[in-house]
Design a protein around this ligand. Sequence first.
Ligand code: FES
Length: 631
Amino acid sequence: MVVDGADGVETQPGRVLLRFLDTASEARVLGETRVPSGTTVFDAASWNGIAIDSTCGGHGTCRKCRVRVLDGAVGVSDLDPRAFAPDELADGWRLACRANAQDDLVVEVPPLQTRPKAALAGVGRHVILRPAVQKRHLVLDEPTLEDQLSDLERVYAAMDDLELHASLDVVRELPRILRASDYDVTAVVVDDELIGVETGDTTSSCHALAFDLGTTTVVATLLDLTTGQPLSVRSQLNRQHRYGADVIARISATMIEPGALDDLRQQAHQTLAELTTEVCADADVDPREIYEIVVAGNVTMIQLALGIDPEPLGMAPFVVASRAPVAARASDFGVDVHPRAPAVTFPALGAYVGPDILAGLVATGLTRDRRTRLFIDVGTNCEIVLGSSSQALATAAPAGPAFEGATIRCGMRAAEGAIEGVRLADGGVEIQVIGDAEPIGICGSGLVDAVSELLRVGLLESSGRLVLEEEAGERAPGLVEHMARVPNGKGGEERVFVLAWRGGDPARSVYLSQVDVRRLQEAKAAIATGWKLLVRRLGIQEDDIQQVLLGGSFGAYLTPASAVRVGLVPPLAVTRIVAAGNVAGEGAKIAALSLPERHAATALLDEVEYVEASGNADYNDLFLEELTFPA
Ligand code: FES
C-alpha cells in the first residue's frame, strides 16, 4: 500500500527516508534515499555513491565510519561507546555501519580522510572502490624472549582494526613465510578472513575475477582492485552447450543421462578455467594474485557449476536449493587462482528470477533511483522488474527462444552475418548485418525491426497477418517482389517476405515467414503481459514509466522505435529506451569492487517482490489481447 507522508511525498510502509548533509555546509545535501527500515546508514550511503570513511568495509572494526545524526533517532550500538565519548554520543555521533535506520533521518557526513577511488560500472553507476579484498603491507617486530607473541597474533596485532580469522592452511605457511621474509610481509584479507601472507610488499598487485556465467556465453573480466579498472575481458561459448541451448534441456539431461550432472559441472568448470587462463595471459597477471571471484548467472547455471542437482528447478513448484548465496571457494567453480580465494554469488528471488537478475539490478541501480523504471532482460525466460527506490516488483515471462533466433525459419543468434536491422522504403529493403558480412540469417533485433517495418508500410496487419500480394501491390508497390511463397515442409506453402535474396529462389534466401510473425507475437505477448501486470500491481499508468532498460545483446541491437511499434515495450520517447548491455556481468564487477554493493544485492531479497504472472486471474485475457500489434 502506498500512503502520503507528512511532507506530501509518497512513502512506503517499512521504508525510511535518509538525507545526507555535508559537514562543511549543513545546507549542502549530498544525497537523499529511501531504503528498507533497518538498513544501516553506511550501506544506504554507499548504495547511493556517498562515501563514508572506512577501512573495514562496514564490518564494525575500523571505527572510522563516524557520522552525526542531526534529526531522527538511532540507538547507541554496542560499539559506539568504544568509538565516542559520552558527550559525542549525546550529540548524535554514531558508527554508520552499526546505525540501523528505523526512522527518517538527517545525517551529517564528515569529509573523508582519504579520497576514495571510484570506478564507473554498470549502467552509468559511480561505484566507490571498497573491495572485500584488502592487502596490508606489514613490517613486524621479530619475536624475542621478551616478546613471545605467536606468529598469528603478531600478524593480527598489526591489523587491530579488523577482527580476523584464518584457516589451518594459512597457519601452516605462516612461520616459514615470516622468517624467510625477515618479517616484512603483506597480509591478504578477504572480508574478515586472512587468506594468505606474502613475502615483501605486494600491495600493488591485487586482483579479482568477475564472471557472467551465461547459458550461451560466458564472460570473464579481470579486475585490478587497486584502481577498479578492468585489465582484460574474454568470452567464449559455455561448453555445456552440447547438452542443449536452454536451461530446460540441461536440467532434463541431468534427469535422463547418468553422469550428466557431473559432466555439466565439469564443462562449466572447464569454460571458466579456460577463460581464467586467457585473461591472465592477456594481462600478464599471475593467477595466484587473484584473491576473489564473483560469479553471476541464472539459478540453473550456478547450481550446475556447483554440482547441485537442478531437477527441482525444472518442475512445479520450481524450488531453488538456496535463495541466499552459498559460501564457496573459487576451486568449487574449477577456477585455479589463489587457493583460498572465495567465490561470491548473488542471491535468487526464485527459480526464474535468479542471481543474474539481482546482479542486473545492482548494475542498473533500479532500486536506488527515484525514477520509475522498467528493466527487461530478454531471453527464453524473460525477466522483468518494474519499480524505483520506493517499491519494486519482478516477474518472469516464458517468452520462448524466438528473440534468440531459435524457432524462426531463418533465425540465428546475434553474431556475424545476422541481419540486425531492417528498413523498408518503397524502393526496396535496406538491411544492417552484424560484422558487415553477407547476410546468413536474422537475429532477434532484426526480427523485431522487420515486423515493425512491415506494420509501418501496411504489409502486415495488426492481427499479424501478412497481406496478400494483390493488397501489397496497392500498399507498397516497390516491395511486392519481396512477397513470396516457400514450401512449409508439410507439402504446402507458406507466405514469406524476403529480406535478402540469394539467387532467385526465396527458399534459399533470408526471409521472414508468416509463422515467424506468429512466434514473435507469442513472445512479445508474454513479455508485454508480464510488464502490464506489474504496471497494474504497482498502481501506476504506463506513462509513469520514465525509462526502459533492455538487457543483453538483444537490447544492444534493438531499434527502440521498433520495440515500441510492435508493443514489446511501453510507448515511451525513444531516448528513454536504453540498452543496458551485459548487466549480469556488470553486477558481478560491481560486487567485486564494492563490499557495500554486495550487501545491497542481499538486501534485494527483501526489497523486490516476486509476482507469479501466470497465477494472475487476468493473465490469459491480457495475453490474448497482447497477441495483436498496437493499431
Ligand atoms: S567500523 Fe568500519 S565501517 Fe564502520
